[in-house]
Design a protein around this ligand. Structure first.
Ligand code: ADP
Length: 365
């Protein structure tokens, strides 16, 4: 059964099972996370909170399995439960987490970030597809178009922003004890890499990740921004799900390379945002082709996949980006402006126009 068919079936089943706590369907409550077919088994993740009792969990899983079979899946089903982590940033990694008296709700209330008009999340199904590059270059292109732009590196496990910006500056504190983002290349930027240094190994547990992201949202002075671009960690697992729920996202951009496998992950990413009720601004196909010096164009990772996927899922294709050695150099040398006017720079300008048209920023007085 093709992946999109499995996801459709799962969505239909999840919309028929109620979460006993919120009264919403599992689909509405965004409780069915990541799903995949492995050796003929449907492996899926159901996200619960600490408030869900054993009985709740057993009943929900039983009903979901029944509905999935009813919707047409006749193979085995492995449902993995994952409990949303608590938001205690100082949690002790050694001790098994005790049941928290006040667990976060499945859909924590999202407060707008003070002074920010639009939050744009940049996500990818897997790592290494150019998500951070796209996040930074989208921010640069929006800034070139005259907008006030911030960039938050929430890719806690692999913060690449300090290297890509070529700065080791540290954020400051203002009179209100708010963290002041580092200003680089006209962008207001925040990354865990500014706080810990690049060589420190980062071993994060879920709750710590949430603590940092929460702090980046609540304790940083982002005021005066038209757009805050957030570089999410890759994947569609628990951390991404919880993080996406924490951030008041106006729209999500999903980055992929053309390979089929990466595209399967993209479908999962699309499903995740849809389940969370977040608008998807579109897909970006990165590393789509390579122009050789002789004028020949080659397609090392296949051709047209993202275009087809965008048409199938009825979401815009925001940009198709070439494999551009200059873009890699721009990333590695900390000089993101290097690509301005070139093939990828122009593609990012077009992408920024599409994002600004979908999420217009009002002119400030
Ligand atoms: P991710 O955030 O998805 O892990 P990155 O943005 O860090 O990926 O990109 C991985 C590497 O690929 C970086 O060295 C980056 O400079 C390079 N890269 C990304 N997109 C392109 C492209 N279109 N052409 C050339 N190099 C690219």
């Amino acid at each position: 059964m093709p992946a999109h068919e499995v996801l459709r079936l799962l969505k239909a089943a999840a919309s028929k099972v109620r979460d006993p706590l919120s009264g919403q369907s599992l689909q509405q409550a965004g409780m069915v996370g990541h799903a995949r077919v492995e050796d003929g088994r449907l492996v899926l993740q159901v996200v619960v909170t600490a408030e869900h009792s054993e009985e709740h969990r057993r009943r929900m899983l039983g009903s979901l399995a029944k509905q999935i079979k009813h919707a047409g899946w006749d193979g085995p089903i492995d449902a993995e439960l994952s409990q949303l982590p608590s938001f205690d940033p100082a949690g002790d990694a050694k001790a098994a987490p005790p049941p928290t008296p006040e667990p976060p709700p499945a859909q924590p209330g999202k407060q707008p970030i003070p002074g920010v008009q639009h939050v744009v999340a940049v996500a990818s199904g897997k790592g290494g597809v150019g998500k951070s590059t796209v996040a930074l270059q989208l921010a640069m292109a929006l800034s070139r178009a005259g907008h006030a732009v911030g960039l938050m590196d929430a890719d806690i496990y692999g913060p690449s922003l300090p290297l890509m910006l070529g700065t080791q500056e540290r954020p400051g504190l203002n009179d209100q004890k708010k963290i002041v983002p580092v200003v680089a290349h006209g962008l207001r930027c925040m990354s865990v890499g500014f706080l810990v240094g690049e060589k420190t190994p980062l071993i994060w547990r879920g709750p710590m990740v949430m603590g940092v992201v929460r702090q980046f949202i609540e304790d940083v002075d982002w005021s005066g921004l038209d757009y805050l671009i957030i570089d999410l960690p890759p994947g569609t697992g628990d951390a991404q799900l919880t993080m996406a729920q924490l951030v008041p996202v106006s729209g999500a951009v999903i980055v992929s390379t053309p390979q089929a496998l990466a595209l399967l992950d993209v479908v999962r990413g699309i499903e995740m945002f849809e389940q969370l009720g977040m608008p998807i601004l579109g897909v970006v196909e990165n590393m789509a082709w390579l122009d050789l010096p002789g004028g020949e164009r080659m397609f090392p990772f296949g051709q047209g996949g993202a275009r087809k996927l965008a048409a199938e899922r009825d979401i815009p294709l925001l940009a198709e980006l070439p494999l551009d050695p200059q873009l890699r150099v721009a990333g590695d040398s900390g000089d993101p402006g290097l690509v301005v006017g070139g093939a990828s720079g122009l593609a990012f300008d077009g992408m920024a126009r599409a994002v600004a048209a979908a999420l217009p920023a009002s002119v400030r007085a």
